[in-house]
Design a protein. Structure first.
Length: 334
C-alpha cells in the first residue's frame, strides 16, 4: 500500500487500498476497486487530492503507521457533531469526546510511529474536522514519546481535539484561541491544561505569536506539542507539502515558533519519508521506502529494479537524493 497524489493514479496498475468517503462520510468507492475516469473526475470535483492504493510497486508495504480508516472516519464524525453542537447549542458532548480520546490514545500507543492521512483525501466539507483529528493523533504521539504519564495523555488528547473549538463560535482567526479558552475553561470536566492548549497553540517561543505574544517559558509544553502538530498537518494537508519538506520547514522554526527541545523530539519520532514513497538515491538508483524500524529518518528501502531491500541505518553512505512523483494519469488515458 502507498499514498499517492490523485494525478498519479493509473487504473491499469492500481486499485484502492482504503475506501474513499464523501462529505456525508459514506463510502463513495470501496477498497479493492479500480476507479473509472468518470469517478476520478468526480473525486477531483469534491477536492480529493490523495489516494491510498495497492500496486505491484508497493507489494508487501503495509503502512501500519496509519490509523485504521474506520477509526479515523468515526473520530471525524464525532468532532463534526461536537463543533456543530457548540455552534448551535453552546454545549459539548463531553462523555463522547472522552471516549474518543481513550480510543485515540490506544491507537497511538500501539504504533511505533504515526503517519497522518492528508485531510485532502476527503471531501472539502470534512477537512476542518479531519485536521482536528490529525492534530490530536500527532499530539498524542509526541506526548507519548516524551513519556508524559498515561493519565495526562488524555488531557493532551482532549486539548488537541478542541484546540480549534473557537472556530465554532463565529470569530476571526486571531480571536479563536481566546474564544476557545473562555469557552473550555468554564467546563468542569475539561482541565485547565487542555483549555490552555486552545489558548496558546498559536503562540511562538520568540514572542511573535498570538493572542498574547508570550514567550517560551510562559507557553505550556502541551500547547507547544499542539502547536507543532497543528503546523505539521496544515503544511501536509492544506499546503500539500510532502512529509520530508514539512520536516525541513519545522526544523527551520526551531527557536522562533518552537523550542529547540521540541523540534529535536519531533525529528526523533516523526518520519520524513513514509512507507510507499518513491525516491531517487544518491547512487542513481530508484527505490521505494518499505518500513521504518528504529531511526525515523533512516528507513528501509527496496531498489525497484532488483527488489533488494536494505537499511539506510546500516548503509550510512546511501542517501535519499529526491522524492519522485510521476504524473502518469494523462498518459494512461491516451
Amino acid at each position: 500500500m502507498r499514498l499517492i497524489n490523485i494525478d498519479e493514479y493509473d487504473p491499469n496498475l492500481m486499485q484502492l487500498a482504503r475506501p474513499v468517503f464523501d462529505r456525508q462520510r459514506r463510502v463513495l468507492l470501496a477498497a479493492g476497486r479500480t476507479i473509472h475516469p468518470v469517478y476520478l473526475e468526480r473525486l477531483e470535483s469534491i477536492g480529493v487530492r490523495y489516494l491510498l492504493v495497492e500496486d505491484a510497486l508497493s507489494e508487501g508495504i503495509s503502512m501500519d503507521e496509519i490509523v485504521d480508516a474506520t477509526t479515523w472516519i468515526a473520530a471525524i464524525e464525532i468532532i463534526q457533531k461536537a463543533f456543530q453542537d457548540v455552534a448551535q447549542f453552546g454545549k459539548l458532548p463531553i462523555l463522547t469526546l472522552q471516549k474518543l480520546v481513550s480510543n485515540l490514545v490506544e491507537e497511538v500507543t500501539k504504533r511505533k510511529a504515526i503517519v497522518l492521512i492528508p485531510t485532502t483525501s476527503l471531501a472539502e466539507d470534512l477537512r476542518e474536522y479531519a485536521h482536528v483529528v490529525n492534530v490530536a493523533l500527532l499530539s498524542l504521539h509526541l506526548a507519548n514519546k516524551k513519556q508524559i504519564p498515561p493519565n495526562q495523555l488524555r488531557d493532551v488528547g482532549l486539548g488537541a481535539l478542541l484546540h480549534d473549538i473557537g472556530n465554532a463560535i463565529k470569530v476571526s482567526e486571531e480571536g479563536h484561541p481566546l474564544m476557545g479558552f473562555n469557552f473550555l475553561r468554564k467546563i468542569r470536566e475539561i482541565s485547565l491544561l487542555s483549555s490552555h492548549m486552545a489558548y496558546q497553540h498559536h503562540e511562538k517561543v520568540d514572542g511573535t505569536g498570538f493572542p498574547r505574544g508570550i514567550t517560551e517559558d510562559q507557553i505550556h509544553e502541551y500547547a507547544q506539542i499542539c502547536s507543532i502538530a497543528n503546523m505539521y498537518d496544515n503544511l501536509l494537508s492544506s499546503q500539500e507539502m510532502p512529509p520530508h519538506e514539512v520536516m525541513e520547514c519545522i526544523m527551520t522554526k526551531a527557536g522562533t515558533n518552537f523550542s529547540m527541545d521540541f523540534v529535536q523530539l519531533f525529528v526523533e519520532v516523526v518520519p520524513s519519508y513514509i512507507p510507499g514513497t518513491r525516491v531517487m538515491m544518491n547512487n542513481g538508483r530508484e527505490a521505494i521506502i518499505t518500513k521504518i524500524i528504529g531511526s525515523m529518518q533512516r528507513p528501509y528501502i527496496r531498489f525497484i529494479e532488483s527488489g533488494e531491500e536494505v537499511s539506510l541505518v546500516s548503509n550510512p553512505t546511501l542517501l535519499i537524493k529526491e522524492v519522485l512523483q510521476k504524473k502518469i494519469r494523462e498518459d494512461s488515458r491516451i
